[in-house]
Design a protein around this ligand. Structure first.
Ligand code: GAL
Length: 313
């Protein structure tokens, strides 16, 4: 089945804005339905309703009614238009510490400039121990890059866990004054196709490519009751290589994960998959409002999967 095309959704959006204006003055009881925040979630609902059957081969809704975004389910222009109208701005955080800078940062940044939130204002925040080695990038208008020096932990596990504190701090000191949304990425990845505004939402999590089609008992949650990340079961297995949301949500996520990580450290415990275990626990207790299919971070070593479209294109 074909997805509802952009014009319809755009029309509904315009209608909502009109209703918003008239409802405020005329229908007292409706006003709460049409404040800008609720309008956005109403748009999410429209997305679910209009697109949920467009990919019959995959799960397109969570049990709490958050959309799971797959290729072919959305019209990119509708989302881009909507976010341009809303003047959405995006911050991208990435950590390139030690050998990760030489090995990955250049490719990561070049590919993100080509594919990440094209057409929207984006600020890249690069955290590194050697700022002078960050490559000079030619960026499109309205896109900029900030380099922030961080301490180098000797274990990658600590670099990964401690980024939660750094992310929270930079949101507080900088991002919240400039950006509506924040996306946090691992540096060892390459964008090969659109990663656009359809991925923006209140809180956003990514289905891990290795687990999205496995039974829950195979998920690598932390099953040590001594860890704060402990969980027997959950909804999905999320990949910490990509997470995001509004700056408020990402800050709450990062703060909670950091707090649990530090409690574990005090108790001499380390969760199985470090910050990813804590993130999974958090997202089980605080359900994401938008879930990205594994197409958004596919691992080609898995091989052919018929439901992974960008892989088959
Ligand atoms: C691996 C991935 C790790 C971690 C793990 C979870 O495929 O490389 O970063 O996510 O899965 O089991």
């Amino acid at each position: 089945m074909r997805p509802v095309k952009g014009r319809h959704l755009y029309f509904m959006r315009t209608l909502l804005h009109l209703l918003q204006r008239t409802a405020k003055s005329q229908i007292q009881g409706f006003v709460f339905c049409f404040d800008p925040k609720k309008t956005r979630s109403l748009l999410d609902l429209l997305n679910i309703l209009s697109h949920s059957r467009s990919r019959a081969d995959v799960q397109t809704n969570t049990s709490w009614n958050a959309p799971i975004i797959w290729d072919g389910m959305f019209d990119p222009d509708v989302f881009d238009q909507g976010h341009k109208q809303d003047q959405s701005t995006v911050a991208l955080t990435v950590f390139a510490v030690g050998r990760y800078l030489d090995a990955y940062l250049g490719t990561f940044l070049n590919s993100s400039e080509q594919y990440f939130m094209v057409g929207l204002p984006v600020t890249f925040y690069v955290f590194t121990d050697v700022p002078e080695k960050v490559p000079n990038m030619k960026l499109a208008p309205q896109r900029s890059l900030k380099v922030i020096k961080v301490e180098r932990h000797s274990r990658w596990q600590d670099i990964s866990m401690m980024r939660m504190k750094t992310i929270s701090d930079v949101i507080e000191s900088d991002i919240r004054h400039h950006s509506t949304y924040v996306f946090c990425f691992d540096v060892d990845q390459v964008f090969t196709g659109r990663f656009g505004s359809e991925a923006l939402g209140e809180s956003v999590a990514l289905l891990h490519a290795h687990f999205y089609n496995l039974p829950k008992h195979r998920f690598t949650y932390d099953r040590n009751p001594k860890s704060k990340a402990y969980m027997e079961t959950g909804d999905f297995y999320y990949h910490a290589a990509v997470f995001g949301g509004t700056w408020q949500s990402v800050k709450a996520m990062a703060d909670a994960c950091y707090q649990s990580i530090m409690e574990d450290k005090q108790n001499n415990v380390e969760a199985l998959w470090h910050d990813e275990s804590h993130l999974n626990k958090y997202l089980w207790l605080h359900k994401p409002s938008r879930v990205l299919s594994p197409e958004y971070c596919w691992d080609r070593s898995i091989g052919y999967q018929k439901d992974i479209r960008p892989f088959t294109k």
